[in-house]
Design a binder for this molecule. Sequence first.
Ligand code: FAD
Ligand code: UDP
Length: 400
Amino acid sequence: TSWDDTAARMMAAIEQVIARKAPGGEPEHYDYLVVGAGFAGAVMAERLAADGGKRVLVIDRRPHIAGNAYDVEDAAGLLIHQYGPHIFHTNSGEVFDYLSRFTAWRPYEHRVLAEVRGQQVPIPINRTTLNALFDAELTSDEEAAAFLAARAEPVEQVRTSADVVISAVGQELYKLFFRGYTRKQWGLDPSELDKAVTARVPTRTNTDDRYFTDTYQAMPAAGYTAMFAAMLDHPNITVRTGVDFAEVRDSVSYDQLVYTGPIDEYFDHCHGKLPYRSLRFEHRTLDEEQHQPVAVVNYPDELVPYTRVTEYKHLTGQSGPVTSVTFEYPADAGDPYYPIPRPENQALFKRYEALALAEPNVVFVGRLATYRYYNMDQVVGQALATYRRLKARDEASLLA
Ligand code: FAD
Ligand code: UDP
């Protein structure tokens, strides 16, 4: 079937899920209220309803489901990601099998180029990158490793996002690929960020130019939103979008709460604001068939105001005379997208976490509520584990 048919079926399914009312009209009472319809909220709702037999109300203050993974067809008929490129990858067979109940997959391996010194070269840095930038003729892993070792500057204790890179590839490559990009993306120098941030991007001595090396790499065949619609399509689940927790916390009757929003907001910022980094997305449709050779091109140069450009056709396999792209401009203010990994923020999070642990009948799940720089698969894994814990607790209390 054509892409149009798939899209039409997807939209119908989504509308049906959102519009569904419980049989007999407005239900009086829910076992669970789930705040947020992103990965954390949707997985929790699905498990609670389908495995636990619970009545669940899911709310999201945005006008749609799927959280930051939301994708939608734009005016040109191309599927775009409203909140920036989301590439699915995982090493967890459990997570992949679980999501496979709700979607078919399109095989896709992500490749990224970085524009440095006027050239587009592979990132993660690999042997091809080195040969292109330095006019070198490195032909083996050993030669590339020796080339890097000659530049690497050992750091006594690898603590920050600068240490990780400088100790692996040295100052020159660090400045070319990481310093500017990181300063733009986070508004901080890499020396002010935990090592885990830039450690997400490895260095390679072979010519593997894939961004990820995970066992499972694929895109949901009809998109993320369609996958979420399938997850939430259960008679025990009611979904209301465009509804903020603050509006309903006193009017909806429920026993237990699953909260997936920012944890500091839940506690009225009583310990002060927990920093989250934001982005502004500029979505454009360009009058050309293809804009760039791969789905994502990174721009580490600090003089370029955006960090990366995504062209969606590479992700979806769609074709046509025009192409849709997204430019990402980092921002301080705006929707919270990234927890900012650094020691003082972790300390502040721990104070909120202590409140969270003492909050009766509430669980906190997801990237914003647990303040962890998690990929989608990690959030799914966290939610599945959280559900198992709740179930074990319920079973234990039934026995007691
Ligand atoms: P979210 O998706 O943020 O969902 C939380 C939801 O809660 C939101 O929809 C929000 O509106 C709602 N909410 C919050 N507060 C309230 C309230 N008070 N009342 C009602 N609703 C509320 N991961 C990957 O694996 N691969 C990628 O390529 C990738 N790329 C990314 C690119 C960008 C630009 C960003 C920002 C993230 C990316 N991620 C990627 C990470 C991925 O988005 C997250 O891991 C995942 O979406 C987190 O799911 P979540 O449910 O925890 O949070
Ligand atoms: N990074 C960089 N240059 C790049 C790619 C990544 O400096 O070309 C650093 C930057 O700090 C970025 C982090 O590595 O925030 C993690 O990159 P990733 O692509 O995983 O970011 P995400 O997709 O989560 O935004």
